[in-house]
Every structure is written in structure tokens, then in C-alpha cells.
Design a protein around this ligand. Structure first.
Ligand code: ADP
Ligand code: MG
Length: 291
């Protein structure tokens, strides 16, 4: 392509908060027909807040939150910050944890005050052998409102659940509506549970794939490309980097991790998805100038 037109496009992009790291991204963007979006931190604010703590029979609410937050002190996950912040707001002291172990896409385990604590999704509880069936109805009703539910296990028993909610960015609604009206298919991918994902995707009016482990996000992109789709993928997390690299155009949230930014051809400085609409226009204009 003409370097001059690319330079102009790149300059204009930078002015609008769209950093274009490779010229190819600018060239290919106008052909994109499918946009895959990570949920947490990309569509949502990525700052989940605690909404409920429900203790299982024989367990104590305060104790559950205190143990879970103490263990999350060793985790970098957005859910960890939500639990730690809530515990601190309630004036709880966090205790040191040992034997910390993290299972990507499932949760964490460790020793807190002499007890084996696990915090994570149903898959983690299954691994631990803790049965949370008694909390099923409460969990589903929270998920139907778009909340994420994590279970707490204590010495192999289900001790309760903690729910968090992560608001959808106001800018996400506008961006998606615009992109859909331009004929682009939008698909949300998340490691979250099916019910929660359906609730969030329903609010946004997009397709979704749930229970996608971090290592599977790239496969979702591969599958779409094998169907002949031209795919852009936007994400913010370390987990999203492989998928960003698989896409025709990788879009990183500037508010996200350095790993995602390094893997993306484009960075949206403010993490505002309306930047995708602008990037698409920029690509159309640039390529028109070249032709
Ligand atoms: P997402 O793609 O939504 O960011 P992840 O793949 O990181 O999700 O995690 C999937 C699920 O695993 C979470 O919804 C949560 O239930 C569980 N999980 C992962 N890490 C943690 C953690 N540190 N504490 C509690 N639960 C966790
Ligand atoms: Mg994310």
C-alpha cells in the first residue's frame, strides 16, 4: 500500500485515541465482518463489585468472605480485587494464605487459618469434590441478573457463594448498536458461566460463547477464520493475547495489560469500544485514498 496514505491514516488515528501499531491492521479493518469481544474489562468496566454473600448451612457469612478475600490477596484476577475491597470496606483483617495454587479459568486454592479454602466456579468445586447443589437456585437467580457467582469450599465442603456484578460500559451499547447496523456480527466470549453470559449478551444484543477457557479463546477465532470470516478481536487481559494474535485484526484496550497491548495491531487508548467504529472508518478512508 502507499506509505503516505497509511501515514496519514495512522496520524489521524493517533489524534482520535486509536494507536495503529501495524499498517496491515489499517488495511484489513474495512474487510472485517465479525467482531469478537472479551467480556470482562472490554465490554464491561472490569471493576466488579460484591453484590451478595450467601452461606451454606452450617457456615458463616463473615467467615466465608474473610477466608475468600484472604486467599484472593495472592490473585491478580479482577474478581480478587472485588472480594478484597468488599472485605476491607467491612473492616475485616485479611490473614496470610499459604500453599496458594491458581487454576486458570477456574479459581484458586490455598491454606487459610488452617483450612483448605477454594474459591472459584463450579468446575473448581467439582475438582475439589465440594457439592454446592443446595445453592443452585440462588446462584442461577443471581446469574440471570448478569452477576458472576463464585463458590467457596472449606476443607472439601461447600461453604457458600459470593456474587459480583461488573457494569457494562455505557460506550459499549452505542458502539455495538452502530457496528451491528453496519452489518458486522458481534460475538462476546467469556470464561463466565452460560447463564451469566446470556444475561449480559442479551442486554447488549450480541451473540456469545460462554465457559471459554483462556486457552480456548484463540480457537474461537481460528474456527471463525476457517469459515472464511474476516475477524477482529478486542480484549484487555493477558488471557486474550493469543486470541488477539489469531485474529485478522487484534484490538487491545489501552486500559488493559501490557501483554494484550503488545499482541494487538491496534490499541484503543481509552478502552472505549466506539474507537472500533472510528478505526473502521479510518480504514475505509485510507484504502479509498490508496485505490
Ligand atoms: P473471564 O473470561 O470472564 O475474565 P476467566 O477465564 O478469567 O473469566 O475465569 C472464568 C471463571 O473462573 C470466573 O468467572 C470465575 O468463576 C473463576 N475464577 C477465575 N479466577 C478466579 C479467582 N481468582 N477467584 C475466583 N474465581 C475465579
Ligand atoms: Mg478481560
Amino acid at each position: 500500500a502507499t506509505p503516505m496514505a497509511i501515514m496519514v491514516g495512522t496520524g489521524r488515528g493517533a489524534h482520535e485515541g486509536i494507536l495503529i501499531r501495524n499498517a496491515e491492521a489499517l488495511e484489513v479493518f474495512e474487510k472485517v465482518d465479525t467482531l469478537v469481544l472479551d467480556k470482562t474489562g472490554t465490554l464491561t468496566e472490569g471493576k466488579p463489585r460484591l453484590t451478595a454473600v450467601i452461606a451454606a448451612q452450617g457456615f458463616d457469612q463473615t467467615n466465608i468472605l474473610q477466608s475468600a478475600a484472604s486467599l484472593e490477596n495472592s490473585s491478580e484476577h479482577p474478581l480478587a480485587s472485588a472480594l478484597i475491597a468488599a472485605a476491607k470496606e467491612k473492616g475485616m483483617e485479611l490473614t496470610p494464605a499459604s500453599d496458594f495454587q491458581s487454576s486458570t479459568g477456574k479459581g484458586i486454592r490455598g491454606l487459610v487459618q488452617g483450612r483448605r479454602i477454594g474459591v472459584g466456579n463450579a468446575a473448581l468445586m467439582q475438582e475439589i469434590g465440594a457439592t454446592c447443589d443446595g445453592l443452585h437456585d440462588e446462584a442461577e437467580s443471581l446469574r440471570k441478573d448478569g452477576h458472576t457467582v463464585v463458590f467457596i469450599a472449606s476443607d472439601g465442603h461447600c461453604a457458600g457463594l459470593i456474587a459480583v456484578a461488573d457494569p457494562i460500559k455505557a460506550s459499549s451499547f452505542e458502539a455495538i448498536q452502530q457496528l451491528k447496523s453496519e452489518g458486522i456480527r458481534v460475538v462476546m466470549v467469556t470464561g463466565d458461566n452460560h447463564t451469566t453470559a446470556a444475561a449480559v449478551a442479551g442486554k447488549l444484543g450480541v451473540d456469545f460463547e460462554s465457559d471459554v477457557s483462556p486457552s480456548q479463546k484463540g480457537d474461537v477465532i481460528k474456527k471463525l477464520r476457517a469459515q472464511g470470516k474476516v475477524v477482529a478481536m478486542a480484549g484487555d487481559g493477558v488471557n486474550d493475547a493469543p486470541a488477539l494474535a489469531q485474529a485478522n485484526v487484534g484490538i487491545a484496550m489501552g486500559t488493559g495489560t501490557d501483554v494484550a497491548i503488545a499482541a494487538g495491531g491496534i490499541t484503543l487508548v481509552k478502552g472505549d469500544l466506539r474507537g472500533i467504529v472510528r478505526a473502521r472508518r479510518l480504514s475505509q478512508r485510507t484504502m479509498k485514498n490508496i485505490r
